[in-house]
Structure formats: structure tokens, C-alpha cells
Ligand binder design. Structure first.
Ligand code: HEM
Length: 471
């Protein structure tokens, strides 16, 4: 029987979440941090600009800090060693934290929101379609769709870069996932995804899901969007089953996957995994590209180097098929992507919850504490990235890659919860950048404010549509 993600219960197989730690029973010896003089004071600062709040914690209190939000203990842990301990070495002591419960309302028990023991079973089954060997098949599709979008930009016109990137990356992930079956749903998927992503927004506060049942249009729309996305995925799965042909797109692979004991995903599980891949597979890459093009608009030297590199690619100029080997050997495009993911990491915070008492790089973390590691903060550590607030792609030398300690740069996370689509995203980002650089130059429409302001939500978005003039 189909159970829609919005109303699904938290699976019973998951470990029970330990109770949060309230101020009155907080243990002694917590790391330093601000203590509010009036209730809600910190909450307001945290809500107003969470990335800056976290950066300020690191600057004032060092790699580990503690503070109370909504009366519950939060710990910020920002050194590379701490990041490595939490995501890799001691990852079994943590589960995904605040925000993921709400995400589960849209994505159900897909890889991003799932917990053990279900997560690892699914992860093992879903890894093969994302192995590098399969990516060549996607590269050509990515290249064709990018070319078509970029060719449609008229010289002299102003495009809205952010929605344009969102559309293109959605088209790419929908095609690789569902083939052309989803083409007739693309507008509906885009619209519902936009609403769902917007409502998942303030992901860092505990207890926000209480709002979802309020009889207000804003929250009703959240449920409608989640149900609509589920219904589209269910239709596509049912159609595919009826045709009795699995197909060689990702949906076909998901339907054909078998566990070691021969068991397959249920239709609900395929639906949740498909929705997870659509959501995590387009919004992140679109944001990274919007930032990258904005910075490129201010750096003619880097743009010229990227354009030269693009014009030397025969998969761009001579119609040769795009292969992962060709695309991933491009140096300038690689530096532009690495640096954009450093300074504007689409996933800018990874909330966790400690399942048990654990010591992280010498700091005691009590069971139940909310733990925040943050790409935004750690990627701005001047010990590893001199002049950390400046976008400077040339810093990405082979030496820097070799010298960085584990946990200093983690745009895709690490450990068993590492991004499944990292290679997919890196390939796609380079393809789009290079196709665009070969044909056009994008200049910020507002030359006084060439770099958009940030509007951090579940991802690190640029605020507004980001108008760019095509020259
Ligand atoms: C620039 C683009 C992307 C960035 C920066 C990014 C980043 C991340 C990060 C940081 C995580 C881990 C979150 C955590 O630990 O809490 C994650 C998980 C995930 N990502 Fe991505 N991602 C990107 C693109 C993609 C794409 C293109 C896909 C699929 C087509 C994808 C699929 C997933 C999935 C399925 C997970 C959950 C993995 C698991 O827990 O086993 N991502 N991503």
C-alpha cells in the first residue's frame, strides 16, 4: 500500500533519537559560547544570518563552541579534525540532525534522509549507477541539453541566471533519471520543487514541523507540493512497470536493483529515491553555477582562460562526443568549480545529533546534543585558504589538493553519508561552464553590485533572479 512521504511515520528500524539537552541539565565542561541575556536573543541572531552566526562562533570561541537555541544545546565544531571525526571516524555516533525530519516529508526514506540500518542497504544498492564508468553515458546528454539552453540566450538580452540554471540542471537530472518520460511533467516538477525547497527552508530550528499542520495557505501548499511530486513519481513508475521494460535510465536501474538476498526496492522506496535524486541533484549544482558565473563576470582574466580552454575542446567545437575523461581533464574549469564550491558551498551546514556521549578531537559531546559542522565556516579557515573571503580559482594548485588535511574541504560531505552524485555534479558543472564560455560572456546587469547577496536556506542560494547581460 502506498504511504505518501508527508504522512509517513518515522521508520521503527531507526535508532531512537536521544532527548535534547536543556540548559538546566547541561553537563559542566561545555566549550565556550554566548549565553543569551534575554530569552530568544540568540535565536534572533541565529535566524537572521545563520552562516555569519556560525562563522562568528568560530572567530570568537575557536574550533568548538556551545550555545542554546529554543532551550536546546547546540555545539559548533569547525576544525578539519572535528569534521573528519564526525563525518568519518566516529560517524556511527551521530545521526542526521535538525531539518532532516522536515525534509523526510517530501523525500520520504530516500538516501539523503534515511538512517541506519535502512540507509546502508540502499546506499550499497544505489552506488553502481553512479560509478565513474557509467558517467560517460550521462556526459553526452548533459552536453546536448546545456548546448540547447545556452544557444537560446540572445546576445544583448538579459537572462535571469538563477532560474535559468535551476531549469537546466532540473532538465538534466530528470532526463538521466526518467529518460524523456518526465518531459511532460518538467514544469510541474519545477513548480512543486520550488515550493517544497522554500518551505524546507529554515532547517536549523527544532520543532518547526509543528507549523506544517497550521491551516494557513503557506503551509497547506507545502503538503500539496509534496503530494504532487509523489504522485508524479508514482505515475512514472506505474507507467514503466506497465510497459514491462525497465529502460537504461536511472529509473530503470532503480527498478532492476537487487539486494544481496535478491530483494528489490518496493515502489514506495523507488519513488522516494527518485524524488531524492531530483531534489539533491539539481538545486545544489544550479546554485554553485549561479555563484560561479557571477564571480566570472568580475574576473575577465579567469573568463578569458576558461574561454580558451573551452575552444580547445573538440566535444564543444567539432561535435565530438563529450566523455568524462575529456571533461574532467580541463584545468581552468576545475579550478573555477573547486573555488566556487569552497566560497559558496551549496550545502553549507551539516546538522547532526549525537546518539551517545562521544569525545570529538578532545571535546566531550553529550548524547542528544545538536552538532553543527559547516562547510561555509571551515572553508574560510585562513590557515588553509589564505585571504579566505576572496574568490581566487588559481589557489587550486595540485599542491593545495595534496596539502589539505582531511576535513578542511568537504563540499560533498564525507564518510558513508558523502554525496552520491559528487562526480555527476562535477562533470555537469564543468560541461555547463565550458559550453557557456565558448559562446557567450555573461556580465552582471547591476555593475555596482556584481555579486548577488546570499539567501541561505537548506542550500546556499543567491538572493533574487541574478540578472546577467549576454554579450
Ligand atoms: C554541487 C552539487 C552538489 C553538492 C555540493 C552536494 C552536496 C552534498 C552533501 C554535502 C551531502 C551530504 C549531506 C550531509 O552529510 O548531511 C550530499 C548528499 C547526497 N547527495 Fe549531493 N550534492 C550535489 C549534487 C548532487 C547530485 C547531482 C546528486 C544526484 C544526482 C546528489 C545526490 C545526493 C544524495 C543521494 C545524497 C545522500 C547520500 C547518502 O546519505 O547516502 N547530489 N550532497
Amino acid at each position: 500500500m502506498t504511504v505518501r512521504p508527508f504522512v509517513a511515520e518515522r521508520p521503527r528500524e531507526y535508532a531512537p533519537t536521544p532527548p535534547a539537552i536543556h540548559r538546566r541539565d547541561a553537563p559542566s565542561g561545555l566549550p565556550p559560547g554566548p549565553r543569551a541575556r534575554v530569552p530568544g536573543e540568540l535565536l534572533v541572531r541565529f535566524q537572521r544570518d545563520t552562516p555569519s552566526f556560525l562563522l562568528d562562533m568560530r572567530n570568537r570561541y575557536g574550533p568548538a563552541s556551545s550555545f542554546f537555541l529554543g532551550g536546546e544545546l547546540f555545539m559548533g565544531m569547525f576544525s578539519p579534525a572535528m569534521v573528519h571525526e564526525i563525518t568519518v571516524a566516529q560517524q556511527s555516533s551521530f545521526i542526521k540532525g535538525v531539518g532532516f525530519e522536515r525534509m523526510r516529508k517530501v523525500l520520504g526514506t530516500g538516501l539523503l534522509t534515511n538512517e541506519e540500518p535502512i540507509h546502508l542497504r540502499h546506499r550499497r544498492m544505489m552506488q553502481p549507477p553512479f560509478h565513474k564508468a557509467r558517467l560517460d553515458a550521462y556526459a553526452e546528454e548533459m552536453s546536448a541539453l546545456s548546448r540547447a539552453t545556452i544557444d537560446s540566450w540572445q546576445v544583448g538580452s538579459t537572462i535571469k541566471l538563477a532560474p535559468e540554471m535551476m531549469r537546466l540542471t532540473l532538465l538534466i537530472v530528470a532526463r538521466t533519471l526518467f529518460g524523456t518520460d518526465a518531459d511532460r511533467y518538467t514544469d510541474q516538477i519545477a513548480e512543486s520543487m520550488e515550493i517544497a525547497i522554500d518551505r524546507i527552508e529554515r532547517t536549523m530550528l527544532p520543532g518547526l514541523d509543528r507549523l506544517d499542520s497550521l491551516p494557513l495557505p503557506y503551509w497547506r501548499k507545502f503538503r500539496q507540493a509534496a503530494d504532487e511530486l509523489a504522485a508524479i513519481a508514482e505515475d512514472l513508475i506505474a507507467e514503466r512497470r506497465q510497459r514491462n521494460a525497465e529502460g537504461d535510465d536511472l529509473l530503470g536501474l532503480l527498478l532492476a536493483l537487487r539486494d544481496e538476498d535478491g530483494s528489490a526496492f518496493t515502489d514506495d522506496e523507488v519513488r522516494d529515491e527518485a524524488l531524492t535524486l531530483i531534489l539533491s541533484g539539481h538545486e545544489t549544482t544550479a546554485n554553485a553555477l549561479t555563484w560561479a558565473f557571477s564571480w566570472l563576470g568580475t574576473r575577465p582574466d579567469v573568463f578569458a582562460a576558461l574561454r580558451d580552454e573551452a575552444l580547445a575542446q573538440d566535444w564543444i567545437t567539432a561535435g565530438a562526443p563529450a566523455t568524462i575523461a575529456d571533461v574532467m581533464s580541463t584545468e581552468v574549469a576545475g579550478q573555477v568549480v573547486s573555488e566556487s564550491l569552497r566560497l559558496a558551498p551549496p550545502v553549507w551546514v551539516a546538522p547532526r545529533r549525537a546518539l551517545q556521549d562521544v569525545v570529538v578531537d578532545g571535546v566531550r559531546v553529550p548524547a542528544g546534543a545538536h552538532v553543527l559542522i559547516s562547510q561555509y565556516v571551515t572553508h574560510r579557515d585562513p590557515s588553509y585558504f589564505p585571504d579566505p573571503h576572496t574568490w581566487e580559482p588559481s589557489r587550486w594548485t595540485p599542491q593545495l589538493h595534496a596539502d589539505l588535511p582531511r576535513g578542511a574541504y568537504f563540499p560533498f560531505g564525507a564518510g558513508t553519508r558523502k554525496c552520491l552524485g559528487d562526480q555527476f555534479a562535477l562533470l555537469e558543472a564543468r560541461i555547463i561552464l565550458l559550453h557557456a564560455a565558448a559562446r557567450h560572456h555573461l556580465m552582471p546587469a547591476d555593475s555596482l553590485h556584481p555579486i548577488p547577496r546570499a539567501e541561505p536556506r537548506a542550500t546556499y542560494r543567491a538572493k533574487g533572479p541574478v540578472p546577467m547581460v549576454v554579450t
